[in-house]
Write a protein that binds this ligand. Structure first.
Ligand SMILES: [Zn+2]
Length: 397
């Protein structure tokens, strides 16, 4: 019974064990899967670019709407000014019209001392004349009143228009604020999409680098990538030269070429060998990276190791010749290249003052666990300390 419980617990533990990914960011186990990941990233890049374009269009349409609203506000303000001016003119006309009306009445009253209208009407010579005169009088009064009423109506309409225009201005300004808010939000979205695009570009680049690397070391499309890059482990280090003398240590120093103090030295310089002397791999491993004729560092070989289960990369710089290919499986008896850095490498090298080996070491597999130079630089260690090198030696062990 007790045994059964223990077995169950063991099975549960095994089930929840994390699966080690082949490399940071990628779950692919074969080149084929890696290529499909790359395609997905490219699709994502396209759809992000589309989204960016869409957002830009939305921003420019919101800006157009704001411009339209602003134009309408300007037009409406002009209309309100026009209405105000018209009201002033009309009010003047109404005032004059009313005066005219009362003058008209007064004139007749002064002339006859009595109500001109009645007088005019009752002086009629016949009933027809009376009706006629009554009608004329009524017409004069009506015409004048009608004019005044029309002007008053027009004033009322202008006042209403002004209220309407003021309301519309508030409405348009509200729309402008909400459009501005919208533009702000879209700007944020655009910034996010820009960031996403940069991330995708980085991912595409590193996935493409990884594909190129696996292809270059001869992995097939369906082969397990872990198996393809497998590095034969080792239990310790072997000196990469039969004899040597440390001439410059890892870390901060005064640069021998520029004379700059506190300049970072990325490795341990080993002198005491003439150009062309064999340089050996410092342990079992796989050649993970080769750089040819860099203007500073010259020919360089990088080897991936697993020492007592821990990953390292060693690098051998200023080489006169490179004697291995990318992906080669090496042992401490493999010549990775020959000592350079002197006369023989002057044609391409500016960063060496004489024949020596620059030996670098860092944690992780540079080019596989990570690809950026800055990570490699921050992972660097002192070869003297890690490999326990004496200040000088005359045997490899
Ligand atoms: Zn150096």
């Amino acid at each position: 019974m007790k045994k059964k419980v223990l077995i169950t617990i063991l099975i549960i533990c095994l089930l929840i064990l994390p699966v080690t990914p082949i490399s940071a960011g990628s779950k692919a186990r074969t080149l084929k899967e890696l290529r499909s990941e790359l395609q997905q990233l490219k699709n994502k890049k396209t759809s992000t670019a589309n989204k960016k374009q869409q957002t830009k269009n939305q921003i420019s349409s919101a800006k157009n709407n704001i411009a339209n609203n602003q134009n309408e506000i300007i037009d409406n303000q002009q209309k309100a000014i026009d209405a105000t001016n018209e009201i002033a003119v009309l009010e003047e006309e109404i005032k004059n019209g009313k005066e005219e009306l009362s003058n008209l009445i007064e004139t007749y009253q002064v002339a006859n001392g009595d109500n001109i209208y009645l007088e005019y009407i009752f002086e009629a010579s016949s009933y027809e004349d009376l009706v006629y005169r009554y009608a004329i009088m009524e017409q004069i009064l009506n015409a004048q009143n009608e004019k005044i009423e029309n002007w008053s109506d027009k004033v009322k309409k202008d006042e209403e228009l002004k209220v309407e225009l003021a309301n519309r201005e508030v409405e348009l300004n509200n729309q402008i604020s909400s459009l501005n808010k919208n533009i702000d939000d879209l700007g944020d979205k655009l910034a996010e999409l820009d960031e996403l695009t940069m991330d995708i570009n980085d991912e595409i680049q590193s996935t493409q680098d990884l594909i190129n690397y696996y292809v270059s070391i001869g992995c097939s499309e369906t082969e397990d990538l872990d198996a393809c890059v497998s590095v034969k482990g080792d239990t310790g280090w072997t000196r990469p030269l039969y004899k040597g003398k440390i001439t410059s240590y890892f870390g901060y120093r005064t640069d021998p070429i520029t004379g700059r103090a506190q300049s970072f030295h990325s490795g341990t310089d080993i002198g005491g060998n003439s150009e062309g002397t064999n340089v050996y791999a410092a342990a079992n491993g796989t050649v993970g990276k080769i750089i040819y004729k860099a203007s500073c560092g010259g020919n360089q070989v990088y080897v991936w190791h697993t020492i007592n289960g821990k990953r390292y990369t060693t690098c051998y710089m200023h080489l006169l010749t490179i004697n291995v290919g990318l992906g080669a499986k090496v042992t401490p008896n493999t010549v990775v290249g020959t000592v350079g850095g002197g006369r023989g490498t002057r044609g391409w090298e500016n960063c060496s003052t004489g024949a020596h080996l620059h030996l670098g070491i860092g944690t992780g597999w540079y080019g596989q666990t990570y690809t950026s130079y800055s990570t490699w630089r921050s992972n660097l260690l002192s070869a003297k300390d890690v490999m326990k090198l004496p200040t000088s030696w005359s045997s490899r062990y």
